[in-house]
Design a protein around this ligand. Structure first.
Ligand SMILES: [Zn+2]
Length: 282
C-alpha cells in the first residue's frame, strides 16, 4: 500500500526551501497525497506533482571525475546529484557512498579552484539532502502506483431523458436505473512492465503493488437477459463494439424482480447508465 508522503520530511524540506519554491512544492505534495488517498490520479494532478519536484532541492555542482579510481562511488554521487537537481527518485544503490562522494567533491571543487575562482559552497546540510531523497523516492513510488493502477469506475446520476427511456424500453426489461452498479472490483497485484514482462519494484526494492480490475457480478445475477445478445455487441442497444471493450454492469429489473448482468459498450454505459469506465475485454 502506498502511503501519503511523510509529514515530518515534507515540513523539513518546506522549511528549507526558499519562498518561491516552497509554495509550488507544498501544493504538489498536497495534490499527490489527495491522489494517493483516492488511489487514482485527479485530473491534471500528474504534471503539477512532477513540477513540484522537478524544480529541485538546489542546483547541484557535481561533475563526474572520470579519472577517479572508484567508478562506482562516482556513479552513486552522480545519481544523487541528479535527484538533488531534478527531484527524480535516487536510483543509486548506496546512499551513504553517494553522499560521502558528493560532499567530498563539494569540498574540493576541482573544476573551480583550477581556474583560481573563489570557492563556491553547496549550502545544503546532509540531513536535508537525505530528507529530499527519501521524499523523491516516496513520490516516485506513488507516481508509479498511480500510473499503473486501474482508474476507478465512476457512477453519475444521469436521469431519464427520452434517449435513455427509449433504450431501456427496447431492452424489453424494466430496469430500475437507480440500482445501476458496476461489476468491476479491484485487487492488488505485483506490477509488471508491459513491454518487458518484468516485475516492477519500489525504490527500496520491495514489490510495487498496483490496483488491477476484475469482474465479479452479484451472486444470482441473471445473464443474457436483454433482447440484444449478439456476440461482440452491446447488450443495451445491440450495436457492435469493435474495440471489444465493455463495461460490465448490473441492475434490478422491476418486472421480474431479478438482478440483471449486462455487458455494455462504454458509450452506452456512460450516456444511458451514467457509468464512466474504460471498459474491460469481455
Ligand atoms: Zn450500446
Amino acid at each position: 500500500m502506498i502511503k501519503p508522503l511523510n509529514k515530518k520530511l515534507v515540513k523539513k524540506i518546506a522549511d528549507f526551501l526558499p519562498d518561491g519554491k516552497r509554495k509550488k512544492f507544498l501544493a504538489g505534495v498536497d495534490l499527490l497525497n489527495q491522489c494517493i488517498e483516492a488511489e487514482e490520479w485527479i485530473p491534471h494532478a500528474s504534471r503539477k506533482v512532477e513540477s513540484a519536484f522537478y524544480q529541485g532541492l538546489a542546483r547541484s555542482p557535481f561533475k563526474s571525475d572520470y579519472s577517479a579510481k572508484d567508478r562506482k562511488a562516482q556513479e552513486e554521487a552522480w545519481q544523487l546529484s541528479h535527484c538533488i537537481s531534478f527531484g527524480g527518485g535516487f536510483s543509486g544503490k548506496n546512499l551513504d557512498t553517494a553522499i560521502k562522494t558528493f560532499y567530498e567533491y563539494c569540498e574540493r571543487w576541482p573544476s573551480y579552484t583550477a581556474h583560481g575562482k573563489p570557492k563556491p559552497s553547496f549550502p545544503v546540510p546532509e540531513d536535508i539532502v537525505r530528507a529530499w531523497v527519501e521524499l523523491a523516492n516516496q513520490k516516485t513510488d506513488a507516481v508509479m502506483f498511480l500510473n499503473l493502477s486501474r482508474p476507478k469506475v465512476k457512477i453519475t446520476d444521469i436521469g431519464l431523458s427520452p434517449k435513455v427511456t427509449k433504450t431501456l424500453k427496447e431492452m424489453e426489461l424494466d430496469i430500475d436505473i437507480r440500482t445501476i452498479k458496476s461489476a468491476i472490483k479491484y485487487r492488488y497485484v505485483h506490477a509488471v512492465d508491459e513491454k518487458t514482462g518484468e516485475k516492477l519494484h519500489r525504490m527500496n526494492g520491495e514489490p510495487l503493488m498496483v490496483l488491477e480490475a476484475y469482474v465479479e457480478f452479484s451472486n444470482g445475477a441473471v445473464h443474457n437477459a436483454t433482447r440484444f445478445q449478439n456476440p461482440g455487441c452491446c447488450e443495451a442497444c445491440g450495436k457492435p463494439i469493435p474495440s471489444r471493450f465493455f463495461a460490465p454492469v448490473e441492475a434490478k429489473d422491476r418486472k421480474s424482480g431479478k438482478q440483471i448482468a449486462m455487458w455494455i459498450g462504454t458509450d452506452c454505459a456512460k450516456n444511458i447508465f451514467g457509468v464512466k469506465d474504460l471498459g474491460v475485454k469481455k
